[in-house]
Design a protein around this ligand. Structure first.
Ligand code: F6P
Length: 534
């Protein structure tokens, strides 16, 4: 295989061949492919320890895979992977590496300065976890802390929240955990309403420590403590951030500050001290198992040949549908109630990473990039959105995730398994009905089924790392930077500006007519509310 260095993705020979090949495969019947090829299921499946991936229900042939693998070679994927792990500046616009894989490296390997610093901070976090659990962390009145509220948004919320919820079976009693993310005051007031100011600790999780929502909620937490006569509100706060100065300005002391490195991307930060509330919930040993699961996938991703490399194959399938079938949506359907938050977590991971239009060299990408990631748990989704998957005019590629074992009612778990497998078969096979067209199912819906033994910390770590590396591979093929998020800045700036204008009594029209109209509607409501309350 030759490595080509074309600037344009579409000029790559494998890309052109894939476009031609797509026209042949578009007419492929998966049902017939399975009937004619008894080895198909096994050949198009991969396993890694407790995780098994069956991608045989995808619109692919051996030739598709070999062309996609050739594309990976031609786009320099091997070098891209080496660059990620060796700490090159893969985040080109912010001139930083993306070293989240270091955060889960075991402590006995490679004693570099940076690793020693990371472990020191992580061990400080685990020290706090065990003191909290032992009732040694006390509030201002001397009572032990029994509730932790994580205040953060985006990656500083979705990751820890997913860990706490997905691993609720591993939750160690004694400390209740809540999350506040939204600027909508309902979010924090809902939590404060059942919290005790004497025994509540707020973790302010923000890499930048400048996020409007997080700071507004942190200030509200502070005022709530004051309203309840707290004599030393500092005892009720911890901060996790890369911005030590801003933490200090907020009034959180050095001993209550946990550092993350500036190369820790928000959506890749669950492995750092941003995962603190998760670590508090499941304890040190389980959190270490979570990191170990991700590390196993790192080793696999770095060393497995591309044809046996799960994140590489998942990413190439994503490219196949997105760029060659124009499938703009990818559904993540966990048949696992505990993973209810996984689609939201992956939406940020994939769409904030790869929702980009320019390449690292500043040129337009020229192809579609991130798919829309959506989903919900099975079997609930079957009664809500599966109609669209079975008979809609738009195709969505699909991942099903399914645990093989459950600690609960095995009969009911078996029904869950049956539903997942039945939906996979139905979506793939379809059913012909010429008499009643409304009962006709085209089938041929592409499904990847990810089985795992059971959802434990290690497996969750594996699953998240698989999706992280899938995202990285797609970005490498498109030639985009998955580690920045400049697209969120414009709205943030305007929100700050509009907030200032809404707060002032005078209108200074400087917006488009629609926005002005909406602002005036809001202002007049405020006037009415104020005059009513007088
Ligand atoms: O606005 C987007 C974003 O920067 C995400 O990338 C990030 O996860 C989130 O906001 C929160 O940022 P921070 O941790 O700096 O508060």
């Amino acid at each position: 295989m030759t490595k080509e260095n074309h600037n344009s993705l579409q000029e790559t020979s494998s890309w052109r061949l894939l476009a031609e090949h797509q026209r042949q495969v578009a007419g492929l019947s998966l049902r017939e492919s399975f009937a004619q090829d008894p080895g198909r299921a096994q050949r198009f499946s991969l396993g890694l320890e407790r995780v098994f991936v069956d991608f045989s229900k995808n619109l692919i042939t051996d030739k598709t895979l070999s062309l996609l693998l050739e594309l990976a070679e031609q786009r320099g994927l091997r070098k891209a992977i080496d660059d990620l792990f060796s700490g090159q500046e893969v985040n080109t616009t912010e001139r930083r590496p993306a070293l989240h894989t270091l955060l889960r490296a075991p402590e006995n390997k490679g004693e570099t300065v940076i690793l020693r610093q990371l472990w020191k901070e992580r061990n400080r976090m685990f020290g706090l976890v065990s003191r909290l659990r032992a009732g040694q962390v006390k509030g201002a009145s001397g009572k032990p802390i029994s509730r932790v509220v994580n205040i953060g948004i985006g990656g500083s919320d979705l990751g820890p929240r997913l860990v706490v919820e997905a691993l609720s079976e591993y939750h160690q009693d004694g400390i209740d955990i809540d999350f506040v993310a939204n600027i909508d005051p309902f979010d924090i007031e809902r939590v404060l309403a059942h919290a005790d100011p004497e025994t509540t600790l707020f973790i302010i999780a923000s890499k930048s420590f400048s996020t409007q929502e997080t700071l507004a909620n942190a200030r509200r937490a502070q005022s709530w403590l004051n309203e309840h006569g707290c004599s030393d509100s500092g005892k009720h706060f911890l901060a996790v951030s890369a911005n030590a100065d801003a933490v200090e300005r907020f009034g959180i002391g050095k001993d209550r500050y946990f550092k993350i490195e500036d190369w820790t991307g928000g959506r890749y930060s669950i492995w750092s001290c941003i995962g603190m509330s998760g670590a508090i919930s499941i304890g040190e040993d389980n959190f270490r198992r979570f990191l170990a699961g991700a590390h196993t996938v790192d080793l696999h991703f770095r060393s497995a040949q591309f044809s046996r490399n799960i994140p590489v194959i998942l990413a190439l399938l994503g490219i196949w549908y997105n760029n060659f079938f124009d499938v703009g949506a990818h559904a993540v359907i966990p048949y696992d109630q505990r993973l209810e938050r996984l689609p939201a977590y992956l939406s940020q991971l994939v769409m904030e990473s790869n929702g980009k239009s320019v390449r690292t060299d500043g040129n337009k990408v020229g192809t579609n990039t991130s798919q829309v990631i959506w989903g919900g748990v099975g079997s609930n989704s079957q009664h809500a959105v599966f109609q669209f998957l079975h008979q809609g005019t738009r195709m969505s590629s699909i991942d099903f995730l399914l645990p093989l074992a459950s600690r609960y009612n095995s009969e009911q778990h078996e029904l869950l398994v049956a539903n997942c497998l039945a939906q996979g078969e139905a979506l793939m096979q379809g059913e012909t009905n010429t008499d009643e067209p409304h009962r006709h199912f085209d089938g041929n819906r592409p499904i990847t089924t990810i089985l795992y033994d059971r959802l434990d910390p290690y497996t969750l770590g594996m699953l998240l790392a698989l999706y992280e590396h899938k995202t990285y591979v797609e970005a490498a093929i498109w030639g985009i930077n998955p580690f920045d998020q400049w697209g969120v800045e414009l709205g943030k700036t305007l929100a700050g500006c509009i907030a200032g204008e809404l707060a002032s009594a005078e209108a200074h029209p400087s917006h488009d007519a629609s926005t002005e109209q909406l602002m005036n509607k809001y202002r007049s409501t405020q006037l009415t509310t104020t005059s009513r309350s007088k």
